[in-house]
Ligand binder design. Structure first.
Ligand code: AHR
Length: 354
């Protein structure tokens, strides 16, 4: 996506901010088990020093304005991701971040915020879409206004990469494929399983189903009893699992919860049904939040796939490169680990950041 008119001004700004962030300092110091993919690149390529900044670089310290069309309250993972974005796109780092969380996850409120950012003429827009579909017009308007858009975590559907600069997120298909591969090794004789899904219409949910099914569909020793959304919530995860256990006389050996909260809810339902989570029913989740890691350390969860939310530095690097007229990959994958035992969780917990 070519940025013409804005390049002069924002490239100068980007140079100034690059210096103020001190991109020369390699890497962010978070040690949540995954290093930020962009840091090394950034240190090599984009770290101009003060003398690189064009002579007419704005002396008045004008910040780069960033409109963040965010999801808002939606659980521990989301809170960590959006806090990390706000911390990284800080005034100290040369940014003027305008944080616009959705109202009750409502896409219309996001589209309204997006539209006002375009009208306002911000330098760049960050978008975490509550729903995958319905963004073509908004993205086309931003393109017309030559405002680059960076997708944070969530993709759009259909996925048209010509409408945005890049998507930054862990690889949902690979992450959930890893969960399924663990399930096949943990239950060699197979069993009955149930899937707790995120909200319908969210691209991430479909990607996680694709990864999981790509392994499980060929495992005849496993029987899919069903799948149902529990909207990323522990309460709904619990109530859905209560119904499923009753309907199947507790004959469920495996639960794939597409996020931690739903898995933790399922563990409560399993306990209330008189079963032992981690023994009678194995529960695997995605995110890697503190509460899930603690439950894994206690053996109540059996597998936790990290979905690293701390990629603010990568987003800053992408914004800097884009405003400086450089191109970036259309999908930047954030590395994420896995935890398959209480010991692994106990080892990770002391330094866990979210
Ligand atoms: O889009 C990522 C998902 O959104 C996380 O896995 C879930 O916890 C969050 O709400």
């Amino acid at each position: 996506m070519i940025i013409r008119k804005r390049l002069q001004r924002t490239a100068a700004l980007a140079a100034v901010v690059a210096v103020s962030i001190g991109l020369a300092a390699c890497g962010s110091d978070d040690d949540s088990g995954s290093d930020d993919p962009a840091t090394s690149e950034a240190t090599d390529a984009a770290a101009p020093d003060a003398s690189d900044a064009p002579a007419d670089a704005p002396a008045d310290g004008e910040a780069i304005s960033v409109g963040f069309v965010a999801v808002g309250p939606e659980g521990a993972w989301r809170a960590a991701n959006e806090a990390n974005m706000q911390e990284t796109f800080s005034a100290e780092n040369g940014f003027d971040l305008k944080y616009a969380p959705a109202t009750n996850l409502d896409q219309k409120s996001q589209i309204d915020a997006f539209t006002s950012f375009v009208d306002e003429g911000v330098d760049v827009i960050l978008l975490s879409a509550t729903e995958g579909a319905g963004w073509e017009d908004s993205l086309a308007r931003a393109q017309e206004a030559e405002i680059p858009v960076v997708l944070i975590d969530r993709g759009i559907e259909p996925d048209d990469a010509s409408l945005y600069v890049t998507r930054i997120a862990p690889d949902n298909v690979e992450v959930s494929k890893g969960v399924a591969e663990w399930a096949v090794s943990a239950l060699p004789d197979g069993g009955n399983y149930f899937v707790l899904e995120g909200p319908a219409g969210v691209g991430v949910v479909n990607e996680r189903n694709d990864g999981w099914d790509s392994v499980m569909d060929s495992q005849s020793q496993f029987v899919k009893v069903g799948a149902q959304t529990a909207n990323w919530s522990a309460e709904e995860g619990k109530s859905v699992m209560e119904t499923v256990l009753k309907a199947n006389d507790n004959d469920i050996q495996l639960v794939f919860a597409q996020n931690d909260e739903m898995g933790l809810g399922a563990a409560l339902a399993v306990e209330e049904a008189g079963l032992v989570p981690g023994k009678d029913v194995l529960i695997a989740t995605i995110d890697g939040t503190m509460a899930a890691m603690e439950a894994l350390a206690e053996g109540r969860l059996s597998f936790v796939a990290e979905y690293n939310p701390l990629f603010g530095d990568t987003a800053v690097d992408v914004v800097m490169k884009t405003l400086a007229g450089e191109s970036v990959e259309s999908y930047i994958i954030v590395p994420s680990g896995t935890f398959d035992s209480p010991e692994a969780a106990q080892e990770a917990l002391p330094t866990r950041q979210y």
